[in-house]
Design a binder for this molecule. Structure first.
Ligand code: HPA
Length: 256
C-alpha cells in the first residue's frame, strides 16, 4: 500500500475511495491527523494531510516524526510526498511539476532524527541520494505515459518558514545550487530514510521565488491559486498511474 502525504494545494485526495480513517498513536506524539484509508482504482492507498485537516499546522510545527512513524507502522510500501514550492531556476514557471533529486536543508530546531541518543546507539544514516530512485522513476514514467510534462531532477532547498524568503536569501539559495524552495522537504525525507521507507517527492511550483519573475515585487499566492489547483489535478492523475490504474479513474468527488 502506497502512502501519499499532501501539502498546500493537495489537502484532499478526491480520487481516493475512502474506506475508513484511523488515528494512529505514536511514541512521538500525534500525527498531523487521522490517516485516511481507501482505494484508488481498486488499489489500496493511505493519505495524510501534512498540515492537518483545516490546514492549521505550519511547516515548522508539523510532527514529522509522528507522521513517518505512523506510516511505517502501517507497513506502507513507499511514500509520495506532494508539496507546493517556489521556483528559483529561471525556466520554472508556476504550475510546473518537478521531481527533485537532491535537498539542501536550511531548517533549524526541528526534531529531525529517530536516533536522538535516547536508548539507541549513535547512528549515521547514508543520505547521499535523499530520494528513492525506484519510486522517483515510477513517478517520472507514469507522467511520461500520460504525456504530463514533469521536470526530472533538481535541488530542493528546505527553508524554515513560515515566512517566505527575502530576495537576497533566494539569490543565496541559487548560488548554493538550489532550483526550488519549500518549507516541508526536511526532515520528512531523512526520517523516511531512517525508517528505511522508500520516499519520493512531487513538487509543484506555486510561485516564482521571492524577487524573481512575477514575484519581483512580492509573492501573491491568490492570483496563482488556479494554476496550482490545475497542476495538482495533474499530480492526482500521476499518482493514480503510479498506484496502478490502467485508465484515468472517474473522479469520485469525495473529500477526505
Ligand atoms: N518559498 C518557500 N516555500 C514555498 C514557496 C516559496 O516561495 N512557495 C510555496 N512554498
Amino acid at each position: 500500500m502506497l502512502a501519499i502525504i499532501g501539502g498546500s494545494g493537495l489537502t484532499t485526495l478526491s480520487n481516493l475511495d475512502v474506506s475508513h480513517r484511523e488515528v494512529v498513536r505514536t511514541p512521538y506524539g500525534e500525527p498531523s491527523g487521522a490517516l485516511v484509508f481507501g482505494q484508488i482504482c481498486g488499489k489500496p492507498a493511505v493519505f495524510l494531510p501534512r498540515h492537518g485537516y483545516g490546514h492549521s499546522i505550519p511547516p515548522h510545527m508539523v510532527n514529522y516524526r509522528a507522521n513517518l512513524w505512523a506510516l511505517n507502522h502501517l507497513q506502507v510500501s513507499g511514500v509520495i510526498s506532494v508539496a507546493s514550492v517556489g521556483g528559483i531556476r529561471a525556466d520554472l514557471q508556476p504550475g510546473d511539476v518537478v521531481l527533485p533529486s537532491q535537498i539542501i536543508d536550511y531548517t533549524w530546531g526541528r526534531k529531525s532524527t529517530y536516533f536522538d541518543g535516547v536508548g539507541s546507539p549513535v547512528t549515521h544514516v547514508d543520505f547521499t541520494e535523499p530520494y528513492d530512485a525506484e519510486l522517483s522513476r515510477k513517478i517520472a514514467e507514469a507522467a511520461e505515459s500520460l504525456s504530463i510534462p514533469v521536470k526530472v531532477g533538481g535541488v530542493y532547498a528546505a527553508t524554515q518558514g513560515p515566512r517566505l524568503e527575502t530576495a537576497a536569501e533566494i539569490n543565496r539559495l541559487e548560488r548554493d545550487g538550489a532550483d526550488i524552495v519549500g518549507m516541508t522537504g526536511m526532515p520528512e525525507a531523512i526520517l523516511a530514510r531512517e525508517l528505511g521507507l522508500p520516499y519520493a517527492a512531487i513538487s509543484v511550483i506555486a510561485n516564482h521565488a521571492a524577487g524573481r519573475g512575477s514575484s519581483a515585487n512580492g509573492i501573491h499566492f491568490e492570483s496563482l491559486e488556479h494554476v496550482l489547483q490545475s497542476a495538482m489535478g495533474q499530480v492526482r492523475t500521476i499518482i493514480e498511474k503510479v498506484v496502478g490504474c490502467q485508465a484515468a479513474c472517474q473522479p469520485l468527488g469525495i473529500s477526505v
